[in-house]
Design a binder for this molecule. Structure first.
Ligand code: NCD
Length: 291
């Protein structure tokens, strides 16, 4: 039984196989490979893209999906998450897709070895399917040739599970990663750190902008995000004519993370990321459930 708690759960050969499948699925919808499978989605935090992307991916492959709404589940009556999970497993689904505010929840549930557990976002620690779809989008953009390429991650890096998983995956795959953030958003990572975008803009091939994770801040970090935007919003003035691939995991705070103008610029691949997310998740479900 294999789980996906972070991308380190996959070998490089597996990632290559997943991406080959995702590429093939993008060219032509495959047959209903998972028509006898049933998945349960369990989202303890809000989600638009990730939850619907998993559901679309599962359904494209013919799997059934049952969604449990935690705000109406027995965890609200005092049942522990582990007990809720064991009860769901007793119904013998083929996998559970979980998003939770704690970093270690997916690993804890995976360690029970009851069923494949797929992490759809855990605290600030990991969001492996987002990292994989981001990396897939980067490879696709550069035709597989990422040698010597540099990605700048810009924004609330310290609170972002997208950044955590992304940094682990991108550095493993040989991308140069640099971090651009104001001090309160900068993590303690052994990577090149900058406080201003203009310091790196001439030497990067990819910019990944991130949303300020307001819901994870114990106290407000910036009183005025318009002030923050003056330094960190990705605008046409900042990008100029440079051929830089612009990514963002969503949800985008318009004119704070990325300007309206840049969101409709052809260099911005935010919706391509969302599109690729379905194919990558289809390939991941196939990899984990058809074993
Ligand atoms: C991200 C998340 O929830 O971690 N969204 C996503 O899954 N695409 C990023 C965010 O909320 O800012």
């Amino acid at each position: 039984m294999q789980h996906l708690v972070d991308t380190t759960d996959f070998s490089e050969a597996q990632i290559e196989r997943i991406f080959n499948d995702a590429r093939a699925f993008k060219k032509e919808m495959p047959p209903k490979l998972l028509s006898d499978k049933l998945l349960i989605t369990l989202f303890f935090e809000s989600s638009t893209r990730t939850r619907s992307s998993f559901e679309v991916a599962a359904k494209r492959l013919g799997a059934s999906v049952v969604h449990l709404d935690p705000s109406k589940s027995s965890t609200k009556k005092g049942e522990s998450l582990e007990d809720t999970f064991s009860n769901l497993c007793a119904m013998e689904p083929d996998g559970v897709i979980i998003r939770h505010e704690y970093n270690n929840t997916p690993r804890k549930l995976a360690d029970k070895e009851l069923i494949p557990v797929i992490n759809a976002g855990a605290g600030q620690y990991a969001h492996p399917t987002q990292a994989l779809l981001d990396y897939f989008t980067i490879l696709e953009h550069f035709d597989g040739d990422i040698k010597g390429k540099t990605i700048a991650i810009v924004g609330d890096i310290v609170s972002s599970r997208v950044a955590s998983s992304g940094i682990r995956l991108f550095t493993r795959m040989g991308l140069n990663v640099v971090l651009v953030a104001p001090k309160p958003f900068m993590p303690e990572k052994g990577l090149p750190k900058y406080e201003h975008i203009h310091e790196v803009i001439d030497s990067v091939d990819i910019v990944m902008s991130l949303r300020a994770q307001l819901e994870r801040h114990k106290a407000p970090i910036f009183e005025d995000y318009e002030e923050y935007a003056k330094e960190y919003c990705i605008t046409k003035e900042r990008f100029g004519d440079r051929e830089i691939l612009l990514l963002h995991p969503g949800p985008v705070m318009r004119n704070i993370d990325i300007s309206n103008e840049m969101l409709s610029d052809p260099r911005c691949k935010v919706l391509e990321q969302v599109k690729n997310g379905v194919f990558v998740r289809m390939a991941i479900l196939k990899e984990l459930l058809l074993k």
